[in-house]
Design a protein around this ligand. Sequence first.
Ligand SMILES: Cc1cc2nc3c(=O)[nH]c(=O)nc-3n(C[C@H](O)[C@H](O)[C@H](O)COP(=O)(O)OP(=O)(O)OC[C@H]3O[C@@H](n4cnc5c(N)ncnc54)[C@H](O)[C@@H]3O)c2cc1C
Length: 413
Amino acid sequence: MIGKGGVVARGNGRAYGDSAIGAAATLDMRRLNRMLSFDAQTGCLVAEAGVILGDVIATFLPRGWFPWVTPGTKFVTLGGAIAADIHGKNHHRDGSFGNFVEWIDVMGADGEITRASREENADLFAWSVGGMGLTGVILRACIRLRPVESGWIAQQTVAAPNLAEAMDVFESANDATYSVAWVDCIASGAALGRSLVMTGEHVGAEELPHAYRSHPFRTPRKRNLSVPFNAPTGILNRFSVRAFNAFYWRRAQRASRETLVDWDSYFYPLDAVLGWNRIYGRRGFLQFQCVLPLESSKAGLAALLSETAASGQGSFLTVLKRFGQQNGRFSFPMPGYTLALDFPVSARTFSLLDRLDAITLDHGGRFYLAKDARLTATTLRQADPRADAFCTMRQESDLDQAFASAQSERLLL
Ligand SMILES: Cc1cc2nc3c(=O)[nH]c(=O)nc-3n(C[C@H](O)[C@H](O)[C@H](O)COP(=O)(O)OP(=O)(O)OC[C@H]3O[C@@H](n4cnc5c(N)ncnc54)[C@H](O)[C@@H]3O)c2cc1C
């Protein structure tokens, strides 16, 4: 298939747009799902690229290991996590997934398999981490896990009445292992950017309440909810989003500020609502995610949130995170703040998203390809000069002849 051109690997399809849809054909990697070896001294796991992160957790958390970096869903494959160089709530401290990848085996345009690491075939490694599947097919990887003493997280919630205070909380929580904020994107005026900033720490075995100490890795049983049908179009409108946001804000303010949360509820709240995307109705939804450099974050975030609030097209889930240093050659993060918003699809959504793109460009920000479904090649290049270098590298090594996704064709990568 690779010889015929226009192929891309697909993990578990958790990217929001068309990055895992091959221009001509798509390679389903989910059957390459064996864990091959584990070194209990170093925490290094060798596994095939189609292994799902949730299966890594199910296997290794009971032995005291957890992924160093995890996104907001455990249903991603290792290949997808590496190709998008995903980030978690600890980017400000630990960076992205690629920081914990020791090596990868990549099948190239000629069908040859090359081992790449920071020392060996370093260019291939650097472009593949965050390369969105466009440098070849990742077949196997060695990733490092983090030792933990329990499956519990101590969460602190701070209610910040506006954006400036939310950012102050993030800056003063720079030492926290995890931090993330839910933003009320409907609030405006003096309350613009009011947020609940949540920090988190892995809990040591000795710090657990007595009842949990004998089984520190046991996950409480939960009933998964599922959304049985697509919600009628229009159910998510400015009134329902406003009511939800106001309710969530008031409830969280009343709630206890320090809580013990199990790993599954802490990292993966959406996974507990199976088919949650159906809430957006048949037309589905689009996610917008950008990162702004630190120096322009305050002004840029205020502009993005003002534009969203003024549009009346509130987002149910608006998430703010602080990013730290980033080494990846084409990876998304940069030191600053990242904002993600979900919008049900409508004709008006596209024009709002164009305005949010323009604000991002004005503030020197860039966009997350794993969330993109509609950027233009011009906007991408205005935001990210690295796109041209990526493109040149692909042309010079004939990768562009073999690997292409619907997204890479749209963005002229
Ligand atoms: C609810 C939810 C929450 C999320 N939260 C976050 C978050 O907090 N942080 C974050 O960074 N992301 C987040 N994401 C996005 C998600 O982590 C990424 O899109 C991830 O890449 C999806 O992995 P996947 O295995 O499903 O890959 P896919 O969606 O199938 O593919 C994504 C990309 O990886 C490439 N790829 C997949 N497998 C391989 C392979 N074996 N070799 C080469 N290339 C490959 C594909 O070609 C494509 O370009 C979230 C997604 C959801 C649905």
